[in-house]
Design a protein around this ligand. Sequence first.
Ligand SMILES: *Cc1c(COP(=O)(O)O)cnc(C)c1O
Length: 336
Amino acid sequence: MIDFRSDTVTKPTDAMRKAIASAEVGDDVYGDDPTVNRLEDMAAEMYGFDAAIFTSSGTQANLLALMAHCERGDEYICGQQAHNYKFEGGGAAVLGSIQPQPLANQADGTILLSDIKAAIKPDDVHFAHTKLLSLENTIGGQVIPQAYLAQAQTLAFDNKLKIHLDGARVANAAVAQNIAISDITQYFDSVSICLSKGLCAPVGSLLLGDERLLTKARRWRKVLGGGMRQAGILAAAAELAITEQVERLSDDHDNASYLASQLKAFDEFEVDFALVQTNMVFAKVEQGVDIRRIAAELKSSGMLISPGSTLRLVTHADISREDIDVFISKLKSLLR
Ligand SMILES: *Cc1c(COP(=O)(O)O)cnc(C)c1O
């Protein structure tokens, strides 16, 4: 299968399967899993934090961050398009009694600093306590400028807010700018990172922060059923995700550019080139094109896309340049 639906569909590498098979393990709820401990220490060191915890998913890492920063009746400011507002089942509200305050994302993925400032609520019985600003990088495949992150950090600090990064794809943002991941994470009090997206781990995310925050997060992780036992089986692959899979992302970015340039030749699609910054291509499907039929025909030829009025095509480790050529030529024959 050539699967363009997401970078979550990658299979673990051979090196990961070997590391999984030979991982030293213990009971991580007792803090006894040496492979989990090594992963957490390594990640904290690499990304410039006191501590890290390994979680079962990015959704869980974000929820732990929100629940550790905010109490019942507090709120977090985020984008309307933020994953931890729009795509996580309202978990912060459902499970944390935390109110989201979503604000418009601009075309470049940022939130206007003036909008953030205006949304911070004064200490008054009518209002939830504004505690946290949550940003996302990359967002919709777009890289948030470093200068913006610095300004957002200052704004948060000046207003006594904490600042969290949903960095599910922060490695893509770093590689696209040719900087270290820590150059991005330095602006935040906490960061979540997905290891099971472009980085090929089968399962797992990280939450980074200071000791006090992560002690709370560790407690909530257990409460939410996320305390895992011999999790070193998973952490062994996760370690290779952060040590061996980051630089490779530049291939995915090159392949996304290539795919976008190939799609440009089709009258049936309109590619937004401003959005092609990392491993995602967005193509508007012109009226009258039966994209569901095309998706079904592609599927019978071993190619998967998510049909919709705008296609999101995602490149990853299991899609090569040749796969893109195969896809483009099949698309040509289907549209002829
Ligand atoms: C995928 C994703 C998540 C959640 O990760 P899961 O592991 O799927 O729960 C969080 N934030 C962003 C930006 C994502 O893309």
